[in-house]
Design a protein around this ligand. Structure first.
Ligand code: AP5
Length: 218
């Protein structure tokens, strides 16, 4: 069983690595960012609350986020373990997660932090764009669709840039997340769960390094 947290600043490649991990290990991918974007699109109460934070690059309050994660982790479809992508992001969330994993009897097995320089993060986020239909992620510099203007995953032709990837929001997002990054890594280092991986490498090499860590669990 692998119950994994992927840590990393915005644009570190958590979503990109998650796709490859899911393909190989069949883990359930739980991205709080994706859950909030879905809630915003459906204009639910949580979505409307989250929007006021996300559009400015701020964090959604810890309790709101933790509640969402506990509901998701409690669902019966999680059979072969999970990846938490984007949660926890603060030490308060990390402590709340301790309680959640105990209550649900789903202990963490690994925490992997993807390390990437700020300059690279800014370049990646400003070049990222998404398929409007299925949410697949592309990048003007590093990952174009195989056929120009056509989504590899669903064949869609419409793309958009995330509101929070616009330069004025990215700056605040990075500042907010950078403050939390070191204490969070310390938290899991002390528990003996943390592995740090160089996220500046190609996505293939990043996955190779992650795979080397996870294959030790089996
Ligand atoms: P969320 O959606 O989680 O955003 P994020 O953490 O800012 O991370 P991203 O999705 O932007 O980046 P990523 O690391 O997944 O990178 P990706 O693989 O796409 O959260 C959004 C917002 O929701 C937050 O700002 C906050 O407001 C709220 N929120 C979410 N969780 C919360 C929480 N726990 N508490 C409170 N609020 C919360 O890659 C980026 C780009 O780079 C892509 O274009 C990709 O193709 C490219 N790329 C990836 N890897 C590589 C590589 N190795 N080489 C070259 N290019 C690469």
């Amino acid at each position: 069983m692998i119950n994994l947290i992927l840590l990393g600043l915005p644009g570190a490649g958590k979503g990109t690595a998650s796709e490859r991990i899911v393909d190989k290990y069949h883990l359930t991918h739980i991205s709080t960012g994706d859950m909030f974007r879905e809630a915003m699109a459906n204009k639910t109460k949580v979505g409307l609350e989250a929007k006021s934070y996300i559009d400015k690059g701020n964090l959604v309050p810890d309790e709101v986020t933790a509640r969402l994660v506990e509901e998701r982790l409690g669902q019966p479809d999680i059979k072969e373990g999970f990846i938490l992508d984007g949660f926890p992001r603060t030490t308060v969330q990390a402590e709340l997660l301790e309680g959640i994993t105990k209550r649900l009897n789903k202990p963490l097995t690994n925490v992997i932090a993807l390390e990437v320089d700020e300059d690279t993060l800014i370049k990646r986020l400003s070049a990222r764009y998404m398929c409007k239909n299925c949410g697949a992620t592309y990048n003007k510099i590093s990952k174009q669709p195989k056929v120009e203007g056509t989504c590899d995953r669903c064949g869609g032709h419409e793309f958009y840039q995330r509101e929070d990837d616009k330069p004025e929001v990215v700056k605040n997002r990075l500042e907010v997340n950078e403050k939390m990054n070191a204490p969070l890594k310390d938290f899991y280092q002390k528990k003996g769960l943390l592995t740090v991986i160089n996220g500046e490498q190609t996505p293939e090499k990043v996955f190779e390094d992650i795979d080397a860590v996870l294959s030790n669990n089996q």
